[in-house]
Every structure is written in structure tokens, then in C-alpha cells.
Ligand binder design. Sequence first.
Ligand code: SF4
Ligand code: SF4
Length: 56
Amino acid sequence: MAYEINNSCICCVACKPICPVDCVSVVDDIYVIDAEGCVDCGACANVCPVDAPQPV
Ligand code: SF4
Ligand code: SF4
């Protein structure tokens, strides 16, 4: 399992520095999670103001 950032993302940047395995990246101004690297810790979801990262 991994987390995925949905369309609610407002690009606030909060999730990127908090990820312990640095698997949040920005591609064409859209925040994406590398599903291979994600260790499913939920830290990004905890800091996100709009609940955009969801387990998939
Ligand atoms: Fe990174 Fe954890 Fe979010 Fe996965 S769930 S992207 S490991 S902060
Ligand atoms: Fe987007 Fe939430 Fe990450 Fe902010 S914390 S960049 S709103 S996914």
C-alpha cells in the first residue's frame, strides 16, 4: 500500500519536508508521491490541511 495525493491538494508544501523517505516530489506544479518509496507512515496526511494524501 502507499499514499496518493488527490485533486484536493492546494500545493502548500507542508508534506514534502515531513516525509521520512523523501518520496514527495513536485512534477509540473503537482505534488506526487512515489508509490515505490512510500513506507505508508501517514505523516503527509497528518500535516495536510485538506486531507489530500490518501492511502490507496
Ligand atoms: Fe512519505 Fe509517509 Fe506520506 Fe508515504 S505516507 S509519502 S512515506 S510521509
Ligand atoms: Fe498538497 Fe496537502 Fe501536500 Fe499541502 S500537505 S502540498 S495540500 S498534499
